[in-house]
Write a protein that binds this ligand. Structure first.
Ligand SMILES: NC(=O)c1ccc[n+]([C@@H]2O[C@H](COP(=O)([O-])OP(=O)(O)OC[C@H]3O[C@@H](n4cnc5c(N)ncnc54)[C@H](O)[C@@H]3O)[C@@H](O)[C@H]2O)c1
Ligand SMILES: O=c1ccn([C@@H]2O[C@H](COP(=O)(O)OP(=O)(O)O[C@H]3O[C@H](CO)[C@@H](O)[C@H](O)[C@H]3O)[C@@H](O)[C@H]2O)c(=O)[nH]1
Length: 466
């Protein structure tokens, strides 16, 4: 078997970009071409100043600077890149369907299908196709059906290689993953394809951390991993509400249970609710698949994780309204953070969007500061909900480059993202410039409540009785 020398990745997004940049860095002998139909995105990946690449991830611009132009290329010439590659990763978006059957639940596979048809149409040599996108279990069957029936007689092997990186730590996660998962057919050809991909990763990842399975286990494991992670957050958030009634402290409870090695301490941070492009979408997908097989109890069990998360976001927003004497009409509320977690500029499904939406319904004025999110993204996120006219969102929300300006003259501050810099602010200065009583709703439990109270703030944390 010959080693792979040229890789193409379709989709230059949050996964395709960083993943391929790291493969290119770690495998200088492999030519890696990342293609996308979005010209602006490709232009940004090719920006001479790597600080301007379209995905903000700590350490990523250095990786791109090292490999780009050497063996890493970004291009809109999708056909050429497909034709030249021996191995093609499909890393396009697989959002929740917004129309037709499965609306609001199932995965929309139209971008995946388009990729398969394009690959089948232009390929003139045998290729290994790697599912990098998160897909419903048995999608490889769909790909195979299209590739075998539309193609020019060339042979395709299909692998599933889901990505487990988390945003904000993408580079770290790609350099040193807990595991890499590769699923393929247990035929001679399938096993050869699996080994080709194992060989790519083995350039920097110990072989014992590269797991191989059948293709269906691999596809399903990705959905299950996200469901388990999100389930922990919904579980701790459910208990946070009980803590608020009982004088138990959720931080103490999390520490107490997390020291049990069978439970473990990670992903037990109570919050305003999880966001991000993956958890909700992938659980809905799992629920939809289970339901489509008639597994009602299984579907209902996992759906509860989403129901609890929606409740947590709403509960946080309503708590602000209640504490501001049941009316926030015309009141200014500062949002510290808009991204769905720290160290990323990604806002997809961020809790901030839903909290803002509810407060805008109550006619509050929302003043947003986020160190990495552009104002136009904030408005786009709210407009996407179609709750009100864009002009009303523009009227109700103001974005600031300076956190002190965002907090000035407000009735309350809500912490929506756990950016480290929020902990380092001059909180006395912020207090002095606010309306009194000055209130803080810490949706991430990152601020020192005792210090803030000593300054004079009224502080509401998640899962703590006030
Ligand atoms: N974001 C994450 O942290 C993360 C982590 C693990 C897995 N995933 C999964 O990876 C996949 C990609 O996620 P993402 O966050 O990178 O999405 P994204 O929206 O950031 O990027 C997808 C890109 O694919 C491009 N694209 C779509 N169809 C195309 C086509 N036919 N030809 C060329 N380009 C095309 C789009 O223009 C877009 O730039 C999804 O299935 C997601 O569930 C995401
Ligand atoms: O204890 C916790 C941990 C996380 N969160 C929130 O949960 C969301 C998701 O966080 P995280 O999982 O760290 O980021 P993602 O980038 O969404 O990564 C998840 O989704 C990816 C896409 O599928 C997977 O690849 C990753 O393994 C999986 O962690 C964010 O809003 C976090 O603030 C909490 O509220 N409490």
């Amino acid at each position: 078997m010959t080693s792979v020398k040229s890789i193409c990745c379709i989709g230059a997004g949050y996964v395709g970009g960083p993943t391929m940049a790291v493969i290119a860095k770690k495998c200088p002998h492999i030519k890696v071409t990342v293609v996308d139909m979005n010209e602006a995105r490709i232009a940004a990946w090719n920006d001479p100043d790597t600080e301007n690449i379209p995905v903000y991830e700590p350490g990523l611009s250095d990786v791109v600077a090292e490999a780009r132009g050497r063996n890493l290329f970004f291009s809109t010439e999708v056909d050429d890149a497909i034709r030249d590659a021996e191995m093609i990763f499909i890393s396009v978006n697989t959002p929740t369907k917004t129309y037709g059957s499965g609306k609001g639940m199932g995965a929309d596979l139209k971008y995946i299908e388009l990729c398969a048809r394009q690959i089948a149409r232009v390929s003139t040599t045998d290729k290994i196709i790697v599912e990098k996108s998160t897909l419903p279990v048995r999608t490889a069957e769909v790909l195979r059906d299209i590739l075998q029936n539309v193609g020019n007689g060339v042979k395709f092997q299909i692998l599933s290689n889901p990505e487990f990186l988390a945003e904000g730590t993408a580079v770290e996660d790609l350099f040193s993953p807990d595991r890499v998962l590769i699923g393929g057919d247990y035929t001679d050809e399938g096993l050869k394809a699996i080994e080709s991909l194992v060989e790519v990763y083995a350039n920097w990842i110990p072989r014992e951390r590269i797991l191989t399975t059948n293709v269906w286990s691999s596809e399903l494991s990705k959905l299950v991993a996200n469901a388990f992670l999100a389930q922990r957050i919904s579980s701790i958030n459910a208990i946070s509400e009980l803590c608020e009634k009982t004088e138990a402290d959720i931080n103490e409870v999390a520490r107490a249970i997390g020291t049990d090695s069978r439970i473990g301490s990670k992903f037990l941070k109570a919050s305003v609710g999880f966001g991000g492009s993956c958890f909700q979408k992938d659980i809905l997908n799992l629920v939809y698949i289970s339901r489509s097989f008639g597994l009602k109890e299984v579907a209902d069990y996992w759906e509860q994780v989403i129901i609890m998360n929606d409740h947590q976001k709403r509960r946080f927003a309503l708590n602000i309204v209640r504490n501001l004497y049941n009316t926030v009409s015309g009141k200014k509320i500062a949002f510290l953070g808009w991204a769905f977690k720290k160290d990323t500029n990604d806002t997809r499904e961020s809790a901030a969007i839903y909290v803002a939406d509810l407060l805008l319904n109550e006619q509050a004025v929302v003043k947003v500061y986020d160190p990495k999110v552009e104002p136009k993204q904030v408005y786009a996120d709210l407009d996407y909900l179609e709750t009100r006219q864009p002009a009303a969102n523009a009227n109700g929300v103001a974005c600031y480059e300076d956190p002190y300006e965002a907090c000035k003259d407000t009735h309350a501050i809500a912490v929506l993202t756990e950016w480290d810099e929020f902990k380092t602010y001059d909180w006395q200065r912020i207090y002095d410039n606010m309306l009194k009583p000055a209130k803080i709703f810490d949706g991430r439990n990152i601020l020192n409540a005792a210090e803030l109270k000593a300054i004079g703030f009224q502080v509401r944390s998640i899962g703590v009785t006030n």
